[in-house]
Ligand binder design. Sequence first.
Ligand code: ATP
Ligand code: MG
Length: 483
Amino acid sequence: MISLRQRVARWLLPVLLCVLLLNALYGQRAARESLDRVYDRSLLASAHLIAERTHANQGEVVVDLPYAALEVTNERVYYGVFWPDGAVITGYDDLPHAIEPGREQAVNDTTYRGQPVRVAVMRKPLYDPQLSRASHVLVVVAETVDGRAELAHELLIERLRSQSLLVVVGVLLFWVAIARALRPLTLLGMAFHSRRDDDLTPVGIDGIPSELRPLIVAVNHHMQRIAAMLQARKRFVADAAHQLRTPLAVLRTQIDYGLRQADPAEARQALVANGHSVRHMQRLANQLLSLSSAEAINGLARDRAAVDLTALARDVAADLSLLAIERHIDLGFESAVPPGAATPVWGHEALLREMVVNLVDNALRYTQAGGSVTVKVAPVHGDLGEQGDQGVCLSVTDTGPGIPPAEREKVFKRFYRILGETRTEGSGLGLAIVREIVQAHGGRLQLTDGPDACGLQVRVVLPRPPGTEAGLTPHGEALGQAG
Ligand SMILES: Nc1ncnc2c1ncn2[C@@H]1O[C@H](COP(=O)(O)OP(=O)(O)OP(=O)(O)O)[C@@H](O)[C@H]1O
Ligand SMILES: [Mg+2]
């Protein structure tokens, strides 16, 4: 785990060091130039002093060397006075004394006797009519540059020292600044730590730096969703426990009653009733499980596959055909695709089967004897969907009593049964399960009147597997029209 400080420091320190180095190099050059200007001035002053003491007298050049002119600095100083043609008049005869034509004085870097020197050359005009060789002489003063280099080096060290100090102070300030800037985060962490486990109230954003606000807002949103989910879970568990308590109490009474019977026929009767209650509870338990697994996969794209809804619905209809015969109901299945063609949807086969079973079961349960139930599967093109979705529609139509429009939202609630529903027993979970499964699959669900305004039609539209073209099966066959 790398801290924010380390992260910033790792980035900042090398950059700062580079800047420091560049600045030192530049400073070194600038210092050397300033030093040269100062030293050159005194070098030229020496040359001027010698020039002032150089005269022509009756055709002779006389140099009255002022020794003070040669002791201005600690450097070793060389001098010379030359004729323009290079012949020496006095001083070191091998001293470099070149000067560009037309210039009165010049200062240059050169080497003399194997060491770097700075040399000043100036022209000294001489007004003596008897002087025939030239009208001027060259005065040359050279000095070694060790002192300048040493001084420049000292300046550089001094500069580096002060800048390093600056960097150290900067880094310390930066360290403290980050700690201060991150303080709200630490406080937030402490606030979270001291919270109760079930405390999901939003975190206040007062005093939170604006950079952290999006994070806090997102966390608050997330906590709100979790709180809603937990609330729903709690309600569900309470409802489920309540629903299980009644059949368990009935079972207990039946058992007690059976045990009290001396007559084996009566005891057997009680056992039959027991079996009935147990079946009811079994169904309830299975429904609760389906609901909870549909909830669990809601929003997750895991474990999905292409499921052929036509084959699945046909299968369910076949399974429930005996029940239909028992209840004297005409159960029919219609497919809108030719035999062998598929209408794939993207989902969990077991949950989709549970959904179809619940819908057909309801239709068979609530339709009176002599009525009919039709299960139909057909591809749709933007039928129920808001964005003109492409999918597969399953409809279950019956000729029963239907559901009044005022009840159509309520019947999807868990454990809700229409008031006065006594024809069959049930727990009011079937449609809640259907809705949960449809939502988990990103599908849409609609309750309408059946044809001729009688009975009920439930329509479910489910999306196709990703990447399958509308109107085509996974095998590339074109889907036919309803027939
Ligand atoms: N096809 C239908 N025709 C008329 N009413 C229906 C139909 N389907 C459902 N209902 C009404 O909607 C109510 C809720 O249905 P749901 O399937 O959720 O529960 P249930 O059938 O009562 O019990 P469960 O399905 O849990 O055994 C039912 O009690 C019934 O009154
Ligand atoms: Mg039902």
